[in-house]
Ligand binder design. Structure first.
Ligand code: NAD
Length: 385
């Protein structure tokens, strides 16, 4: 029987919720690209419940224990004495979420000789060292598509919040003030601005589609060019490289995966190419942006506002400079784990586990590493160097 270690974020500080703001969530069965939503059998939770935290257990316990497997659920993931490290030597499967990542470094992979499957309950498997996983014959899979629209909606929210100066204006209202001139001295309309996304995969394209009605001029760069009919429909300008895009944009969305050569992608050199007063939104990964170069760019006025929900490491330390730098709209990593999103990625996690234990193939689009190499979505979107 297998040992499955599932690393999830802690329960709410007020305790696991006894009730919810809404009684149900809409049922989404198909995504924009035609892909069907996860469809496992014996779903162990009611969609709309909080399953992404420790007590929610992604609703997996009944299914796994019914087969006689051992399920360990913990949020204790960092450091040599952590519960995750204690269970690594005999774990066959590690499940983790990008929001509270169980970093599977080469050193940890070496301590896990029985590990066969690293499963991301969500999207983005950069917390796993993909090269080390490939060498060790570990399959890496994620629930591609499950929270793409959740994140795209978050990006739209952050674009509007930054440009219209929503957060400081809200704070004035909460504090009993009526300082209109203070609130609007950094407030603009997005209409007519140039918006560019770096990567137009599932999320990047969904952001472009959602922003189209706002009257923005839309730009993108991606090693994979979109079909001509999509470029025409959205009136997109394609840029062959990121420098060309950042020179042309007032608002930039960062949406590419993190792999070794995209670490610190936004650095002093790239910030120097940007228009003064650019807004930057990053819901992709914190490590794509050089932490201190960003603070310098904000202070220099190159960046008029920065928002996102991704940091490194996660959880971010209390003194992380992005928490307090001017004009930031940061949140903890929440965009892809709304109650709606987690219903889909928890169902997808169960679907992959059922494939694993029932000997049926994992969907190709869920695969990142398989058979010692990048596979599926991994082969399209990631590099090992
Ligand atoms: P996707 O696989 O559909 O698309 C990724 C796109 O990135 C592909 O089109 C690929 O060609 C492009 N790309 C790869 N390298 C690039 C480069 N160097 N420059 C420009 N483009 C490049 O993935 P997706 O579902 O759109 O997700 C994108 C990323 O967003 C994920 O890898 C993850 O890091 C992040 N994400 C974050 C959250 C969250 O909760 N904040 C949730 C989901 C995904």
């Amino acid at each position: 029987m297998a040992k499955i270690v599932c690393v999830l974020y802690p329960d709410p500080q007020t305790g696991y919720p006894p009730s919810y703001a809404r009684d149900s969530i809409p049922s989404i069965t198909r995504y924009a690209n035609g892909q069907t939503a996860p469809a496992p059998h014996d779903l162990g939770f009611k969609p709309g419940e909080l399953v992404g935290c420790v007590s929610g257990e992604l609703g997996l316990r009944a299914y796994l224990e019914g087969l006689g497997h051992e399920l360990i659920v913990t949020s204790d993931k960092d450091g040599p004495g952590s519960e995750l490290e204690r269970h690594l030597p005999d774990a066959e499967i590690v499940i983790s979420q990008p929001f509270w990542p169980a970093y599977l470094t080469p050193e940890r992979i070496a301590k896990a000789p029985k590990l066969k499957l690293a499963l991301t309950a969500g999207i983005g498997s950069d917390h796993v060292d993909l090269e080390a996983a490939a060498k060790a014959g570990i399959t890496v899979a994620e629930v591609t598509g499950s929270n793409s629209i959740s994140v795209a909606e978050h990006v739209v929210m952050m674009v509007l919040s930054l440009v219209r100066n929503y957060l400081p204006s809200h704070e004035i209202a909460v504090k009993g003030g009526w300082n209109i001139a203070d609130a609007i001295s950094r407030s603009y309309d997005v209409e007519g601005m140039d918006f560019g996304t770096i990567a137009a995969g599932r999320i990047g394209l969904a952001v472009l589609r959602r922003l189209k009605p706002f009257g923005l001029k839309l730009h993108y760069t991606d090693p994979h060019r979109l079909p001509a009919e999509v470029e025409k429909e959205l009136e997109l300008t394609y840029h062959p490289d990121p420098v060309s895009l950042v020179r042309a944009a007032d608002i930039i969305n960062l949406q590419m995966p993190l792999y070794p050569s995209t670490e610190n992608f936004f650095n002093d050199a790239l910030f120097a190419e940007m228009r003064r007063g650019t807004y930057l939104v990053n819901t992709a990964r914190g490590k794509l942006v050089d932490r201190d170069a960003l603070v310098r760019a904000v202070k220099a006025g190159i960046i008029a506002g920065y928002a996102g929900d991704v940091w490194f490491p996660q959880p971010a330390p209390p003194d992380h400079p992005w928490r307090t730098m001017p004009y930031n709209g940061m949140t903890p990593h929440i965009s892809g784990t709304s109650l709606s999103a987690q219903a889909r990625y928890a169902a997808g996690t169960l679907e992959v586990l059922q494939n694993w234990f029932e000997g049926t193939p994992i969907r190709d689009e869920y695969l990142i590493v398989d058979g010692g190499r990048l596979a599926g979505t991994g082969a399209k979107s990631y590099k090992l160097d």
